[in-house]
Design a protein around this ligand. Sequence first.
Ligand code: FAD
Length: 328
Amino acid sequence: MKPSIAVIGAGLAGLTLARELAGQAEVTLFEKARGLGGRMSTRRQDDRQWDHGAQFFTARSRAFRQLLAPHIAAGTVAEWHPNLTTLSPEKPPFKRPWFEPHYVAVPGMNALLKAMAAGQEVRLQTRVAHLRRRPDGWQLFDEQDGDLGTFDRVVSSAPLPQTRELLGPHLAEPDALAPYAMAPCYALLLAVDAAALPAWDAARVNHAPLRWIAFNHRLPGRGPAGSVVAHSTPEWAREHLEHDQDWVQQQLTESFLALTGLPVRAIAGARLHRWRYALSNEPAEPGEGYVLDPQTGLAACGDWCLGGRVEAAFLSGRALARALSRRP
Ligand SMILES: Cc1cc2nc3c(=O)[nH]c(=O)nc-3n(C[C@H](O)[C@H](O)[C@H](O)COP(=O)(O)OP(=O)(O)OC[C@H]3O[C@@H](n4cnc5c(N)ncnc54)[C@H](O)[C@@H]3O)c2cc1C
């Protein structure tokens, strides 16, 4: 009989793991959100949309390029050639080249995950709240203490703090999650008058609360209604994480207006998204790209194992799947 595996989180890492283990194990994915996306989510309102997490990704490994190839052929992933600039509060902007291909999913960042989830058992709107060891495996529970089933193995692909909460108390090696860290980020989502925007499509920002601005509607395959995504620096987000959220939105909006020179009347609407667990640096000792506790069979994967990028999430899920295939 095939082993049963519960995967907590259906972001790119969890979906990659499930896809790689297809045929070898009975995999069930549990996802707390209503839809797929994780930190590659897309928000929609009226005729506008915002990719408020990852805005693009690169593909440096052959394995990731192989995953992307059929999606590029199908039009679910496209190369992005933005007119990119660099902005600083007190310096004139200067054009910034990109030296490697950058990709986006089409028509929204979550399109890649939706395509990868085809044929997989994904239980949406199901938050795994805790687990319990039983003689026949691991039993999972939701927030109402409802039984989600008993599995031979449990893998968490949730962001690091949530993985710590779920797996930490059960790991035989308590320091297994110690080398990793994650940082927060604010995303400011603006509805704007597209005609009022400058000619550049996206900007890296230096020396400001913001570090990235993109005119999201100019990404491939998006509609024409003016939609801006602006990301704060992780340092600024950490410093102001618990501040009043209206104040945070105001500060970031003012920074956006000062950097772009736009009049306030160009903004038709604004929303703020607080990513408590957004980004991670490459760990000092990257190890194998996943966490596997041999005594308990518990495991974890995700971008934080390898360094906070879309491709890292894919590589971590794939590396863990290969390790699990070697020890069923
Ligand atoms: C603001 C921002 C900007 C970024 N910019 C870029 C960029 O430009 N380029 C780039 O390459 N990367 C970027 N990233 C990083 C990129 O989004 C991530 O590396 C990647 O999406 C991580 O995928 P993952 O599967 O590891 O995690 P996630 O996408 O976070 O997936 C984990 C999933 O677990 C679910 N979950 C959590 N807890 C539970 C639970 N208890 N029960 C059930 N489900 C649970 C979550 O809902 C989520 O869907 C950015 C991220 C953010 C937030």
